[in-house]
Design a protein around this ligand. Structure first.
Ligand code: AMP
Ligand code: MG
Length: 421
């Protein structure tokens, strides 16, 4: 359970910078506790709970990196090639056998153990073999095409640190070290609500003045890439009591609640008031576009008291692009933090602007761009409700707070969608 106390957030201002919000999460949210052992096939996407040290070197023994011929480099006359008689054959999975006799070579295959005494392999494509033996051309450096034991990971070295998210490469490394199951942290129980009288679930008839609820499905899809057990908690009506009651109830059984919509200052925006009524508001505006109205708070786990820790709640904005931007800056780091993952800054790359744009100082803006040959071209329109600005773009251009304008040719920082979605 998260042990969030009532006063764990010192921030009281109304408009918070993205950086300050991220720092707040990194410093104040305690990770959930709990650990389980999972077989590798089930561990992908989870967070490693303990340091993994290599129980053996990787590779475990000195072996050939290519199909070819193994020999002792010192047997070649300096700076020249040589013709070496063959003294045997070693296939992958078979013992190396005897020490290589001086002045000889052995036929060897990728992954086969190097015979004692050999240190270098000539690729079969580069070697000429005939009855007399194998012709080794000049120019090979000692140790070429051979992989020493432990060149990837030394025995006893830290292979994977606690807090690392287990993606395909981490799973592969654990397997290569002979480890069949890994200790992983808990999945974060995240409840997702939409809010709004205008929303209809996809698959139902669309009445007049209604809109299909897209955010809930976007958010559930974003969460599916994280160490999360997500619950779809449906659509809340624009009603203060119903909103407060639903949040209060869900706080008892979840580690994090996400809502979208209903956080602006309109009379029909009830999420902020619901957080204030049942718990404590931490902040409710972020200096970011799209995404400014976003509320973060803490709700008591049970009985109206914070003593047993609280459940963080993030009220994301209703506009679909704003919901995504604020998810990435608030919900994603919160989930990772609760899951015990090490901080993972979003991947940023540099590109050249192929567009002109003006912005206000004092807030960070995310402009959707296409990326071709290092040039970022802006999606034609800017509305925070345009879902196609996401489906038809490749990245967010991140325009920092002090910036006032972008001109073609300026360097810009991009958050590539491939690393986000
Ligand atoms: P709100 O902040 O509730 O006023 O919502 C801002 C805009 O986002 C309105 O046009 C809403 O209809 C829209 N919106 C809110 N929630 C959703 C949702 N779950 N799916 C799609 N659009 C939404
Ligand atoms: Mg609304």
């Amino acid at each position: 359970m998260a042990q969030l106390s009532d006063d764990c957030f010192a921030f009281d201002g109304p408009l918070l910078s993205v950086e300050a919000a991220e720092a707040l999460i990194a410093q104040r949210i305690p990770p959930l506790t709990g650990e389980e052992a999972l077989p590798l096939a089930k561990a992908a996407g989870r967070v490693l709970a303990r340091d993994l040290r290599a129980p053996l070197p990787l590779p475990p023994f000195f072996n050939a990196a290519v199909d070819g011929y193994a020999f002792r480099h010192a047997d070649l006359p300096p700076g020249e090639g040589a013709s070496l008689p063959l003294a045997g054959r070693i296939a992958a999975g078979h013992a190396a056998g005897e020490t290589l006799p001086p002045g000889h070579a052995v036929r060897i295959f990728t992954g086969a153990p190097m015979p004692p005494g050999a240190d270098t392999v000539v690729m079969q494509e580069d070697a000429g073999a005939d009855a007399a033996g194998v012709r080794v051309p000049p120019g090979l450096r000692p140790g070429a095409n051979a992989r020493p034991a432990g060149e990837d990971v030394a025995e006893g070295a830290l292979a994977l640190p606690a807090g690392r998210r287990l993606r395909a490469p981490e799973i592969g490394l654990a397997a290569a070290l002979g480890i069949a199951q890994l200790p992983v942290g808990p999945r974060v129980r995240v409840g997702v609500f939409s809010t709004g009288d205008e929303l209809a679930p996809p698959g139902t008839p669309l009445g007049p003045a209604m809109t299909f609820d897209s955010n809930r499905f976007t958010l559930l899809a974003l969460l599916s890439r994280l160490p999360v057990a997500a619950s779809d908690l449906g659509i809340l009506p624009d009603d203060p009591e119903a909103t407060a009651a639903a949040l209060r109830a869900a706080a008892g059984t979840h580690d994090l609640l996400l809502t979208s919509g209903g956080v602006s200052t309109g009379e029909e925006d009830h999420v902020r008031a619901a957080i204030e009524a049942g718990g404590r508001l931490v902040f409710w505006r972020l200096a970011v576009k799209p995404g400014r109205p976003v509320a973060m708070g803490v709700l008591p786990k049970a009985g109206g008291a914070f003593a047993s820790g609280g459940t963080p709640v993030v009220g994301l904005p209703g506009n679909p692009v704003a919901a995504v931007v604020t998810f990435l800056h608030l919900a994603r780091p919160l989930v990772l933090r609760l899951a015990g993952a090490a901080p993972e800054p979003l991947l940023r790359i540099r590109a050249e602007a192929g567009f002109a744009y003006r912005k206000k100082a004092g807030r960070r803006e995310y402009v959707r761009v296409r990326l071709r040959d290092g040039i970022a071209t802006k999606f034609e329109r800017e509305g925070a409700g345009l879902l196609t600005s996401l489906t038809e773009s490749d990245a967010f251009a991140e325009l920092p707070e002090p910036m006032l304008a972008v001109a073609p040719g300026d360097p810009v920082t991009l958050l590539p969608f491939a690393a986000l979605f």
